[in-house]
Design a protein around this ligand. Sequence first.
Ligand code: ASP
Length: 338
Amino acid sequence: MNTSPSSSAALPRIAVLATGGTIAGSAADAANTAGYQAGVIGVAQLLAAVPGLDAIAQIHAEQVASVDSKDMTLALWSTLAQRVNELLASDEIDGVVITHGTDTLEETAYLLHLTVKSAKPCVLTAAMRPATALSADGPLNLLNAVTLAANAAAAGQGVLVAFNNRIHCARDVTKVSTYAVDAFQSPEIGALGWVQDGRVEFQRRALRPHTVDAPFTAAAQWPQVEIVTSYAGVSRAAVEALVAAGVDGFVVAGTGNGSIHGAMQQSLAEAAAKGVAVVRASRVGSGHVMHNGAAKDDALGFVSSGTLNPYKARVLLLLALAAGMTDKAGLQDVFDRY
Ligand code: ASP
């Protein structure tokens, strides 16, 4: 589907919520793209660097946070989700754009995909180069994000990520490069479409339920869910220490199809028997983790993550546990559905 910008006189009203990240980063000189401080430039300056924005939308700007997204917190997730929901519930706002760091963008995007209760567009964007860099990518990404949020075709598509001219579904997108400007992909599945030169083009829709069709809310009190990784020679120590610390759930970044080294698998089975949720994901980076494949999930008390990578599986497990879903069969249904 191709859609060009609306030519009607009343421009869409888009709220731009800034949270920090490299898009708001500043370095000592323009050639510096690695040694900079993230999250120091304010939203007004970010918007001032984007020519032509006022021809696309009426912008309402808010500085929600100024963090390097490596330091994202669950409390800030709750604040952000609440503010997005307030804005989208208002008759004064037609869509939201969130500027974010790239490091944990995929986690925040999936959290919002499941906790925003509106069909209005909600788009995240970011940058790989600081605002002060030669060829900074932030201004064009922000222009494209606002263009997308202002376009009727983005409504009802869940939370979207606009990055490097592509439109990704929040559930599928992941960061795949430490430095490249083309840093985001949706492995195996691909992007939903493109946004370029004022034009929005969707090629497909996400099929799994999200936003208004998802039963989750960003909690005031979060459970403790940790990610552990399986690898050659891994011990029981990390799992045992976390169980002793009172962890509520584990996501395992397993090898291959979510397989887990025997010693660690035994410690996780013991944790599951005590009521700790255990979700098997994979460290591989693409593909899905099959329920009751090589690992006997039902016998061990484990849940499988399907196509969610470990970081997104953790988001879903946090939301499910916060909603009081602790039964293993029920949790598996949640992972099969969302
Ligand atoms: N550390 C930065 C952040 O996530 C990286 C970036 O935005 O590209 O905030």
